[in-house]
Design a protein around this ligand. Structure first.
Ligand code: SMG
Ligand code: MG
Length: 371
């Protein structure tokens, strides 16, 4: 049993090393909320990946702050718990707000793993000691600029490249990268920028030997992706539209995708993430770990999750230096020569939050006490 005596929320703003542009906008600073659960033997940390604006998801740092402070933090402070599912039961009545839930669950799982003297990866049943990873490359002004940016990442050792695309910034851009690097593992992510009326254009992507095309259609859609998948040779991978095990089941039943991107925040925690992983594994459908520009806290949890066996494609889990010059957790993550990142092995989350570094990026924090 773990009893939480205090909880703290920290709203942070981290400047990105370079702007990140997707079909829905350009980002230069990453806001996030860190959830800290305090016990006499130490703190457990979780990261809420909601952004400052409701672009990728309806959740924002404001909605998450509200739901965390009014419902989730009081639920975790109310009584001791012995497992993440016991916590999920306490907020099962709640609709949505998966990113807020996931942050508390992650912090609790880190504490439970530490209490059992296990790494978070082992606690979850993970097997791998290192995880294959790639880099997600934002939209660039010209195909030439994109090829240059990709060249830089390949030189750093990344073995898989994901290109962000949108209408007008797609075929010529992907073609240029494919021509420059005929053998590189390549995939694209449209973040819902197309409709079924663009099928002809999307079919042109079949020429570039892509691993997958991620979320081409509406963020809420499963059915139309099933219509599109029939017209494409390239596997569709769903991201935005899979929030629950039921969504994953529907997507598989409809053959709306052949691959699923799993993000801990989007699906409401590590345990729901593992359930989707297990479902896909039973159906022979590979999954991979998505990224939300996490700090070291979220990155450590992603690596633990991605050590599960059906994470069979490289994750969007790049080295810390790809995102931030000064991360708030230590040690930071670096790329191994084989385009993998090592899974933390220390008990619990496996990283330690540097309080001074945290304070430098904190906009606001609040502390909550058990009754
Ligand atoms: O963490 O390396 C990363 C970013 C990966 O492209 C990435 N994420 O749709 O998959 C996605 C996007 C969402 C980013 S919104 C912050
Ligand atoms: Mg995506």
């Amino acid at each position: 049993m773990i009893k939480i005596e205090q909880a703290a929320l920290h709203l942070i703003a981290m400047p990105l090393v370079s702007p990140f542009e997707t079909s829905f906008g350009r980002q230069t600073v990453r806001q996030a909320i860190l959830v800290e659960l305090r016990t006499p033997s130490g703190s457990g940390w979780g990261e809420c990946v909601a952004g400052d604006a409701p672009a990728y998801s309806y959740e924002t740092t404001d909605t998450a702050w509200s739901v965390l402070s009014q419902y989730l933090v009081p639920a975790v402070l109310a009584q001791p718990f012995d497992s993440p599912p016991a916590l999920h039961e306490r907020w099962a009545w709640m609709r949505g707000h998966n990113m807020a839930r996931a942050a508390v669950e992650q912090a609790a799982a880190a504490l439970l793993a530490a209490d059992a003297d296990q790494s978070l990866a082992t606690f979850l049943g993970g097997e791998r000691t290192s995880v294959p990873v790639g880099v997600s490359v934002g939209i660039q002004a010209t195909p030439e600029a994109l090829v240059d940016t990709v060249a830089g990442y390949l030189a750093q050792g990344y073995g898989r490249i994901k290109l962000k695309i949108k209408p007008g910034k797609d075929i010529a851009f992907v073609e240029a990268v494919r021509r420059a690097y005929p053998a590189v593992l390549l995939q694209v992510d449209a973040n819902s920028a197309y409709t079924l009326a663009d099928s002809e254009r999307l079919r042109q992507l079949d020429d570039f030997n892509l691993l997958l095309i991620e979320q081409p259609l509406d963020h809420d859609d499963i059915y139309e992706h099933s219509l599109l998948q029939r017209q494409l040779r390239t596997p569709i991978c769903l991201d935005e539209s899979i929030h629950t095990l039921l969504h994953a089941r529907a997507a598989l039943a409809l053959s709306a995708c052949r691959i699923i991107n799993i993000k801990v925040g989007r699906v409401g925690g590590l345990i729901p993430a593992r359930q989707i992983h297990d479902l896909c594994q039973a159906h022979g459908v590979p999954v991979w770990c998505g990224g939300m520009l996490e700090t070291g806290v979220g990155r450590a949890a992603n690596l633990a999750l991605a050590s599960l066996p059906n994470f069979r494609l490289p994750g969007d889990i790049s080295a810390s230096s790809r995102y931030y010059t000064a991360d708030i957790a230590e040690p930071t993550f670096s790329l191994n020569p084989d385009s993998t990142i090592s899974v933390p092995t220390a008990p619990g989350l496996g990283v330690i939050v540097n309080r001074e570094a945290l304070l430098r990026v904190t906009l606001h924090s609040a502390t909550f006490f058990a009754a």
